[in-house]
Design a protein around this ligand. Structure first.
Ligand code: HEC
Ligand code: HEC
Length: 293
């Protein structure tokens, strides 16, 4: 609030309280006559003083208002003696919540992966965390969507296992697949697309794929490998398993080659505690375990 508004609010608030007091004071006395002189249809208005209980109630409410304005924020930028704020209230509630659940997380965090999978409570807590934090992107059941990997299968772009999942949660994952339009040209994009299709044994044009192969060797092996198996350290996906983050049709693949892709898994180290991440990672690896059975 600018200082003009700050003073405007203070003035407006205190002046109206003062005006109430003045009105009250002025109406305290009566004219001394029995009636006010108002009469309508034979009914006369008495000129009695205000009842004392009423006056006192008014005075008390004004005193209360002054006390309230001193204690809580209300007068412009003045924060009040108590320093109360709604944000502070939320923070305290969150701290109380964390303090309440910290022992539970601490206990669950002492379990290793296998023990987490066996603990009903850990799986329940993990599922809750997953739904609250992950389902918007990976789906309620972790099956993923276009651009968001399926976490319930046995294929892992960034490497399988509890440790890799924990790292993904803690630090996030930033994938960088550059655009190849300039390097490959229009024909090159179409040829390499056919070669990519051939890697997973999908239907493809053999002649175009043969032309695309040499360009693949030049531009793509560094990240996707000579056999197209990908590289978990870079998050470059396996192109041979017919599992596609961005779709496996010729159009989709060509689009990926022309424009590049930059999948971004956010880091959760600021949102979740290390103990929460541990429990959640256990829940995530349990999803693909169920699938395998
Ligand atoms: C610098 C490393 C790098 C190079 C070089 C590279 N890629 Fe990629 N590629 C990636 C990464 C990382 C991803 C994952 C992008 C994401 O997750 O957003 C990816 C994704 C893809 C995908 C999408 C896979 C899917 O599941 O939808 C295709 C197809 C692909 N690359 C083909 C190629 C081809 C063909 C070339 C050579 C012209 C190439 N890439 C060169 C790193 C690379
Ligand atoms: C804003 C969307 C978003 C949210 C929220 C999100 N993720 Fe992700 N996550 C992604 C994307 C996108 C990728 C793939 C990055 C890439 O292109 O390689 C990913 C990748 C992953 C991977 C690596 C998968 C693999 O195949 O290696 C794991 C594990 C994962 N997420 C788990 C989680 C969990 C658990 C949560 C909840 C705490 C979560 N994610 C929340 C978008 C999200």
């Amino acid at each position: 609030m600018s200082s003009l508004w700050h003073w405007f609010v203070i003035f407006g608030t205190l002046a109206s309280l003062a005006i109430f007091l003045v009105l009250l004071f002025n109406n305290r006395k009566t004219s001394g006559e029995a009636t006010t002189g108002h009469e309508w249809d034979g009914i006369q208005e008495y000129d009695n003083p205000l009842p004392m209980w009423w006056v006192w109630m008014f005075v008390i409410s004004i005193v209360f208002a002054l006390g309230y304005l001193a204690w809580y924020p209300g007068l412009g930028n003045f924060g009040g003696i108590s320093d109360w704020s709604s944000a502070g209230e939320v923070r305290r509630a969150q701290e109380a919540h964390e303090a309440r659940f910290a022992p539970l997380y601490e206990e669950l965090a002492s379990l290793d992966e296998a023990a987490l999978h066996d603990s009903r409570q850990a799986m329940q807590v993990g599922r809750r965390l997953f739904i609250n934090n992950c389902s918007t992107c990976h789906g309620v059941n972790g099956r993923g969507a276009f651009g968001f990997p399926n976490l319930t299968d046995s294929e892992w772009i960034w490497g399988a296992g509890f440790g890799n999942v924990k790292t993904a949660l803690t630090n996030g994952r930033q994938a960088a697949m550059p655009s190849w339009q300039a390097a490959l040209g229009d024909q090159g994009v179409l040829d390499v697309t056919q070669f990519v299709l051939s890697l997973s044994g999908s239907e493809h044009d053999a002649a175009a794929a043969a032309r695309g192969q040499s360009q693949y060797q030049t531009f793509c092996v560094a990240c996707h490998g000579a056999e197209g198996k990908g590289n978990p350290a870079l998050g470059s996906p396996d192109l041979t398993n017919d599992i596609w983050l961005y779709g496996g049709t010729a159009e989709r693949i060509a689009y990926t080659l022309r424009n590049g892709r930059n999948g971004n898994m956010p880091a959760f180290s600021d949102v979740l505690s290390a103990d929460q991440i541990h429990v959640l990672a256990g829940y995530v690896t349990s999803l693909s375990k169920e699938e395998a059975q």
